[in-house]
Ligand binder design. Structure first.
Ligand code: SIN
Length: 280
C-alpha cells in the first residue's frame, strides 16, 4: 500500500488512500498527511476499522486531545473519545439527534482560549439517507470579502462562549458548572492560520458579539459574515460511508451536521478533538 492524496475537484477536501490507520503512521506518512491537511482542510480516510484506542492514538499524533464540556459525553475507557449516537444504552434509536447544537454552523470549541485544531470523526454506523456533515471554507470567504470589509474586521474581536452557543442554537441552556468550565473568551474576527499564513473569517454559532462594537451592531456584523461564509460559493458536504474517518481543520472551517431519520436509522460516530493554539 502506498499513501495517496486525491484532492476533490471543489475547493476543500481530499481523500487519503493507501493507509490502514489501525497500524499507525510512520513519520513520512504523518508528514504527508499533515501537509495534505493544511492544503485541503478536510481529509477523508475511507474504509478504516479502528478501535477506540487506535483512534485516540492516531489523533494524539497531531497534538493534545480535549475532553467534552458535557461530562456525560466523556468515554469511560478513553475520556477524550466521545460517541455521537442516536442509540440509547440498550441499542434502541432514541429519535433524537445526538449533537443538539451540532446542526448549527460552528468551529469546534471556539469558546475556549485555545480552540480545537482538528476534529476526527470515525463512522461506525451511518444512515441510508441524510446525516451528512457540511463544511464552509472561511479562508475562501475571507479572500472574497471586499477590501473595505477586510479593513473593517481585521482589528476586531468576537466574544465566544458556551453559554451564547446554547442560546444561539435554541437548545438546553448551559449549566453553572459548564459556564464555569468555559467562561467567555475573545478571538480575532479575522484569524491567521499558523501553518499557511492565510486569513479566515472566525465566526460561528459560539460567537455572541463583537468586543469593540455596540452589542446589536456587533451581532449584526457576525450574522452578516456567517451568511456570507456559509453561502453556496464556500460550502461543501461529506456523505458518510461506514468506515470513513474524516478529519478537518477548525482554524479555517465552519461545519454542521444535518438531520436524518433518528427513529428508524442509526448513526454512530466516534469523535476525538485535538487542541489548537491561541488564535491570532
Ligand atoms: C460535530 O459538530 O462535531 C459533529 C458533526 C456531525 O455529527 O456531523
Amino acid at each position: 500500500m502506498k499513501l495517496e492524496i486525491r484532492p476533490k475537484s471543489d475547493s476543500i477536501g481530499a481523500e487519503v488512500v493507501g493507509i490502514d490507520l489501525a497500524n499507525g503512521m510512520d513519520d513520512g506518512e504523518f508528514d504527508a498527511i499533515l501537509d495534505a491537511f493544511h492544503a485541503h482542510h478536510v481529509l477523508v480516510f475511507p474504509g478504516q476499522s479502528l478501535t477506540q484506542g487506535q483512534q485516540v492514538a492516531f489523533s494524539r499524533r497531531f497534538g493534545e486531545l480535549e475532553w467534552h464540556v458535557h461530562r456525560e459525553f466523556r468515554g469511560e475507557e478513553f475520556p477524550e473519545l466521545h460517541t455521537l449516537t442516536n442509540l440509547d444504552a440498550d441499542g434502541r434509536p432514541t429519535g433524537i439527534h445526538p449533537g443538539e447544537g451540532a446542526l448549527e454552523w460552528h468551529s469546534d470549541k471556539s469558546y475556549m482560549p485555545r480552540p480545537s485544531m482538528a476534529t476526527m470523526l470515525h463512522a461506525l454506523e451511518v444512515p441510508s439517507e441524510g446525516g451528512d456533515t457540511y463544511f464552509a471554507d472561511l479562508h475562501a470567504a475571507y479572500d472574497a470579502l471586499t477590501g473595505e470589509m477586510k479593513a473593517r474586521i481585521d482589528p476586531l474581536h468576537a466574544v465566544h462562549s458556551w453559554e451564547a452557543s446554547r442560546i444561539n442554537a435554541g437548545v438546553t441552556l448551559a449549566t453553572e458548572e459548564e459556564k464555569a468550565d468555559a467562561p467567555p473568551v475573545t478571538h480575532p474576527l479575522a484569524r491567521t492560520h499558523p501553518a499557511s499564513g492565510r486569513k479566515a473569517i472566525y465566526v460561528g454559532n459560539h460567537a455572541s458579539h463583537v468586543e469593540e462594537l455596540p452589542l446589536e451592531e456587533g451581532r449584526a456584523l457576525i450574522r452578516e459574515l456567517m451568511e456570507f461564509a456559509t453561502g453556496p460559493d464556500f460550502t461543501t458536504s461529506h456523505e458518510w460511508r461506514k468506515g470513513d474517518l474524516v478529519m478537518w481543520d477548525n482554524r479555517g472551517l465552519l461545519h454542521r451536521a444535518s438531520l436524518y431519520d433518528t427513529v428508524n436509522e442509526v448513526r454512530v460516530l466516534h469523535r476525538t478533538v485535538v487542541r489548537g493554539d491561541v488564535p491570532v
